[in-house]
Design a protein around this ligand. Structure first.
Ligand SMILES: [Zn+2]
Length: 360
């Protein structure tokens, strides 16, 4: 693109004042060949394959213009406090710049705008906050200390992705049956996790304390990155306990090794054999509970929770100004598309994820 064409392109964008054309061009010139290819590929994807109308599954079209967006741009760093008057302007922004990360923020009363000659900037710090969907974040990174497959680093296999699937099933069930939420949208992040957007309108005004109370209700591991201390399941957690037995325990008893279960989960070789025999032909809650040796429930639950229970990144849920990856955008490490999924308990990115290079 010539300088003149680039200038023209930039002039059509919103928030033009904050864009330093000279710097942008200079940055374009110092791109490596690899970066130039990536830039072109991303721009092609966002121009030809990114459907801005898919955003209406998580945010509302009618107040789009006062929604915050944030972006990570190749060689230009991170920028937030952006809003767009029209969805077409957002789309144009995304295929004009080399976007390596696109994020959705909260809803504000007014548009967020850079400062101009006459007015000071409107940012998330001086605009009136109106609301935020309730969001849960699951990331396999938080399971690295406890996953028991052979994966290292950022690897994913069927076994460890199973932890994501189990976690999604527990969270989905809890939000629907214990809290009565009805509108849930599950999104594969494009990397190694899920976001769950709770879209019932009553979630929008929830403050940090209210969000903390909701996430605390279903959280038993508060420091997933540190030493894996598991909260005790108290008598007030009866519903959660039943859910853990119903959704996790049977698979745990069958899929973990005899060595692991006898060393960590309260079974003897004999009691494990009996438990497996009984559960071979039954999925009844009563039989699953009965399969745990007498007096061993605390150690059984502690180990089950430690290794298989959802590890929710609660900071994402409670922060009402947090930016969350935009569905439809590209996860830059994997080049996978972050997408809505209908069944997070079955989705498996190894087979099901779509990659930017499948499309362009
Ligand atoms: Zn694995």
């Amino acid at each position: 693109m010539s300088d003149k064409a680039l200038d023209k392109k930039l002039d059509t964008l919103e928030n033009i004042d904050e864009i330093d054309n000279v710097t942008t061009r200079r940055k374009f010139k110092i791109f490596t060949e690899e970066e130039i290819k990536l830039q072109n590929d991303l721009q092609t994807y966002y121009r030809d394959h990114f459907d801005v109308n898919l955003l209406w599954r998580v945010i509302k079209r009618e107040n789009f213009d006062t929604r915050e967006f944030g972006f990570n741009r190749l060689n230009a760093g991170f920028t937030r406090n952006k809003s767009f008057e029209q969805p077409a302007h957002l789309k144009e922004y995304m295929h004009t710049f080399p976007i390596i990360g696109a994020y959705i923020g909260s809803l504000y009363k007014n548009r967020l705008l850079p400062k101009d000659r006459y007015n000071k900037a409107v940012t998330i710090h001086n605009a009136e906050w109106l609301g935020r969907e309730l969001i849960f974040d699951l990331d396999l990174d938080d399971y690295n200390p406890v996953r028991r497959c052979k994966c290292e680093g950022k690897d994913v296999c069927e076994d460890c992705w199973g932890l994501m699937q189990e976690a999604a099933v527990i969270i989905d069930d809890t939000l629907i049956h214990d809290f009565g939420f009805k509108k849930l949208e599950w999104v594969y992040t494009g990397g190694r996790g899920y976001h769950c957007w709770v879209l019932d309108s009553k979630t929008m005004p929830l403050d940090q304390n209210q969000r903390t109370a909701i996430v605390d209700y279903m959280q038993y591991i508060h420091d997933p990155k540190g030493l894996q201390k598991v909260d005790k399941i108290g008598s007030f957690d009866e519903r959660m306990k039943i859910r853990i037995y119903e959704k996790l325990a049977r698979n745990f008893i069958f899929n973990e090794t005899q060595k692991f279960l006898t060393e960590n989960a309260g079974f003897s070789v004999n009691s494990l054999k009996k438990a497996r025999q009984k559960l071979e032909s039954s999925e009844l809650l009563r039989d699953i509970v009965d399969a745990i040796p007498n007096g061993k429930e605390p150690i059984f639950l502690n180990t089950l929770i430690k290794y298989h229970y959802p590890r929710i990144d609660h900071k994402v849920t409670i922060d009402v100004r947090r930016l969350i990856r935009m569905p439809g955008s590209i996860h830059i490490r994997s080049k996978n598309i972050s997408e809505y999924i209908s069944n997070p308990g079955k989705f498996n990115p190894i087979n099901d994820a779509r990659n930017m290079y499948d499309l362009i």
